[in-house]
Design a binder for this molecule. Structure first.
Ligand code: AMP
Length: 307
């Protein structure tokens, strides 16, 4: 992996012009543009996406934009870590060619009045994270639609966009949006990158104290326990696990649920996913969200029956 000097583009016009040049310069018959949207404050989870995009694309475009529209809590938006200089160096070291880093005004002229027209994530956007953070997935759907349109591949190129399984509901919303609106992009995803103790990497982890960090490990441990039970044909016992988490004083549990990976609807015993005895019959997804210290954390894990 060579260290490249990525070009930083501030405006939509610059971004489109740079993409057109890069596509024209490519020898490939049908060049692939790999887009990796991020909000910056990068870590190895983002790094894995850049590297995967690098392997499959002729031009790798990554964006850095803290999307005001997807924050329902102004304090969360204000405190979201912003480390643009480090991010540019990190992207360069991970094979990114072009960086789109627009200002709030460039993306949403006249904000907060604008944009007047937004994309709705519909029903899917109101479940779990969407219920706890009203408007969050509409904000995600709006910014992702804009980023996809801005990076629309000039013919004969085609566009692939990369997202992490870390934000499982986001991924489900984006896949559904791309299908429902016939957006000309292939959605690609990667599994969650975790630290050595199992904590899912997140830009928000920077704000955890040492004791918060220890408490935060309860999230991935709870998910692992469910995965173990699913894999050994035991009843999941989600209710009992939820009660245990609620007793752990340093963790303020919002939800721990087992859902259908496509519809995000909660599974119930006897519905084909979960047997009447509470065992997992077909692949399901466990979602968890909790506040630990000053941050809200989310995590998820697929639960599968034994092969
Ligand atoms: P963010 O900057 O948090 O908006 O994340 C940008 C992209 O990186 C999203 O597609 C996330 O799902 C993905 N991502 C964030 N953390 C991880 C992780 N620990 N493992 C895999 N992907 C991640």
């Amino acid at each position: 992996m060579g260290v490249t000097q990525p070009q930083v583009l501030k405006t939509v016009e610059e971004c489109r012009a740079a993409l057109a040049l890069a596509v024209a310069a490519s020898d490939a018959e049908q060049p692939v543009i790999g887009l990796v949207p991020t909000m910056g404050a990068l870590h190895s989870g983002h790094g894995a996406l850049f590297q995967a995009a690098r392997r499959r694309s002729d031009v790798v475009l990554a964006s850095i934009f803290v999307n005001a529209l997807q924050f329902d809590d102004p304090a969360d938006y204000e405190h979201y870590p912003r480390t643009v200089d480090d991010d540019v160096a990190f992207m360069g070291a991970h094979g990114v060619d072009l960086i789109f880093a627009p200002s709030l005004e460039e993306m949403y002229p006249g904000y907060p009045e604008g944009p007047l027209v937004r994309v709705s994530a519909g029903e899917l956007g109101r479940r779990w994270e969407g219920a706890s953070r009203p408007g969050h997935f509409d904000g995600v759907a709006t910014v992702v639609t804009k980023l996809l349109t801005i990076s629309a591949a000039p013919a004969p190129a085609r566009l692939e966009a990369w997202f992490g399984q870390k934000d499982a509901e986001q991924l489900a919303v984006i896949r559904r949006m791309v299908a429902d609106l016939n957006l000309p992009v292939t959605v690609c995803s990667l599994p969650i990158v975790r630290d050595e103790n199992g904590l899912a990497l997140s830009s928000r982890n920077q704000r955890l104290s040492e004791s918060d960090y220890d408490a935060a490990l309860n999230l991935s441990r709870a998910l692992s326990r469910l995965a173990e039970r699913a894999g050994s044909r035991r009843a999941l016992g989600v209710g009992q696990l939820r009660a245990e988490l609620r007793r752990a004083s340093a963790v303020e549990l919002d939800y721990l649920v087992v859902v259908d990976p496509l519809t995000l609807l909660e599974t119930t015993p006897g519905d084909g996913h979960i047997g009447v005895d509470g065992t997992v019959q077909a692949e399901v997804l466990a979602l968890i969200a909790a506040t630990v210290g000053p941050v809200r954390l989310i995590d998820n894990m697929f639960l599968r029956p034994p092969a």
